[in-house]
Design a protein around this ligand. Structure first.
Ligand code: PA5
Length: 461
């Protein structure tokens, strides 16, 4: 299977060798601490200055691959998949962004538009519960009502996967109540479908857990203790709905497990996690470059970027510190952000995410009759779209290099389940290692709790 590759050559021109070498010791110490945290959690005696500690995501992909829990989860996903044609996923933050990254990266870009057969028998997907937007909630309810009239027809059946680790997040809880109401009105509150077509994924305790027990949902999946929301993509949070949507989750898990092993064993220079942290950290520490642009070359990785925005911001944006992440999608955003990246403040490190080969056959630029060559593209006729993209990548990197603007390239040989698993695990590990390196606990999100508390006080008094 093919490995992801991180190449910081261009960015390294702004970091001298002595500075790079001097970071080796603290970086190794941060890796050791990251790995030791896993054992610390197993011992159960977590010191106060380490809390919260959610390092469970590090060994989890390998554990789940070898666990008797995986098959029953996939069987349940297969059952739900065969019973509905529309899946409504309710969740916010870490409870939906990982699935979105997997879905956009691995599914057909026009999945919802395809016939069920062309979707491989998988349902269409809709997200809600990630906002309090009256119009989108109402729009989805309307769509379901318009398209689903006869529950006996598979093509007209829909279901819910509701995801909340705490079980108390208001956006998700309110959406669950609203969509549960609609679902029960459609199937009949006492019908089997009213319980069988709802799958909650939640922590061992909490309001959603209690509600699920009371309502008697037959399939409820647990989010393991010791894995935080934004680190939970490889738990049932991301994998259960991914499996319902027809994604093959085993290679995703294998990619993540392979990345953990590489992180554990590979030396600096061959270790994408350590090399990425070193590059970004040194440019931030020594040159004040505290904006991290994840520049994805292609549309299908945009949701990975948005997922990473959340991961980095919530993990390291604490105590008045932490780099600011930005997702760019090129070449699209060369026409929006490009000007600033080329000539704006020198505060950005650009990490290009480049897929070396497209998942589909190359599209070829056709030749036009000479009389219609006003666009003068006949000189390029016969060229494949990936070769045009490659020219854009090379041209952009050269322009940045000419102006001493640092770029690094993250290469995925292909965009598939195994490479996406590697990429997401790499970015999670890098976030934790950087936190340990700069003395910020990457787990927990105390600032977000403030808004939740204030909102509850306003609503409940
Ligand atoms: O990373 C996190 O912990 C957060 O983004 C949570 O995932 C988000 O707040 C949703 O929380 P919950 O799953 O408890 O509803």
């Amino acid at each position: 299977m093919s490995e992801l590759r991180y190449d910081p050559t261009a960015a390294r021109k702004l970091i001298d060798d002595a500075t790079w070498d001097a970071l080796a010791e603290p970086l190794h110490a941060a890796r050791q601490e990251t790995l030791d945290d896993v054992a610390l959690m197993t011992d159960g005696d977590i010191p106060a200055d380490k809390q919260p500690l959610d390092a469970g995501f590090i060994p989890y992909p390998d554990q789940l691959l070898n666990s008797p829990e995986l098959d029953p989860m996939l069987e349940s996903a297969e059952r739900l998949r065969s019973e509905i044609d529309r899946l409504v996923v309710l969740g916010i933050g870490g409870s939906y962004m990982g699935l979105r990254a997997l879905f956009e990266g691995l599914s057909h870009p026009y999945h919802n538009e395809l016939s069920r057969a062309d979707r491989g028998g998988a349902p269409r997907l809709y997200f809600e519960g990630n906002n309090l937007d009256n119009d989108t909630i109402s729009g989805l309810l309307e769509l379901l009502e318009l398209r689903c009239k006869d529950p006996e027809q598979l093509q007209q059946r829909w279901g819910i996967v509701v995801i909340s680790k705490s079980g108390g997040t208001l956006e998700t809880a309110a959406a669950f109540r609203i969509f549960r109401d609609a679902l029960e009105a459609y199937y009949g509150a006492d019908s089997k479908r009213s319980t069988n077509l709802v799958v909650p994924i939640t922590g061992e305790e909490g309001k959603l857990r209690s509600l699920s027990e009371e309502r008697g949902y037959p399939d409820v999946f647990s989010i393991p203790d010791g894995i935080g929301g934004r680190y939970s993509v490889f738990t049932p949070v991301g994998l259960y709905p991914a499996a319902v949507l027809g994604m093959d989750v085993r290679p995703v898990l294998q990619g993540a497990a392979d990345m953990t092993e590489r992180f554990r064993t590979a030396p600096i220079g061959e270790n994408p996690v350590l090399d990425y942290v070193a590059t970004c950290h040194l440019l931030e520490r020594d040159r004040g470059m505290n904006i991290r642009v994840l520049s994805t070359w292609g549309n299908r990785l945009e949701a990975v970027g948005l997922w990473y925005d959340q991961l980095l911001s919530e993990s390291l944006g604490k105590h008045g510190r932490g780099a600011t992440p930005i997702t760019g999608v090129n070449t699209r955003d060369l026409h929006s952000r490009g000007q600033q990246h080329q000539q704006g403040a020198r505060d950005k490190v650009i990490t290009n995410v480049i897929v070396d080969s497209p998942a589909t056959d190359a599209v070829i630029l056709p030749e036009a009759p000479a009389s219609l060559d006003q666009d003068q593209l006949n000189r390029l006729a016969g060229r494949e779209v990936p070769s045009l993209l490659d020219a854009a990548i090379q041209g952009t990197n050269k322009a940045y290099a000419d102006d001493a603007r640092p770029t690094a390239d993250l290469h995925l040989p292909r965009l598939d389940a195994h490479t996406l698993g590697q990429l997401l695990q790499m970015l999670m590990l890098a976030t934790v290692v950087e936190g340990r390196l700069i003395g910020i606990n990457p787990y927990g999100q105390p600032g977000v709790e403030d808004y939740k508390r204030n909102m509850s006080e306003i609503l409940f008094g």
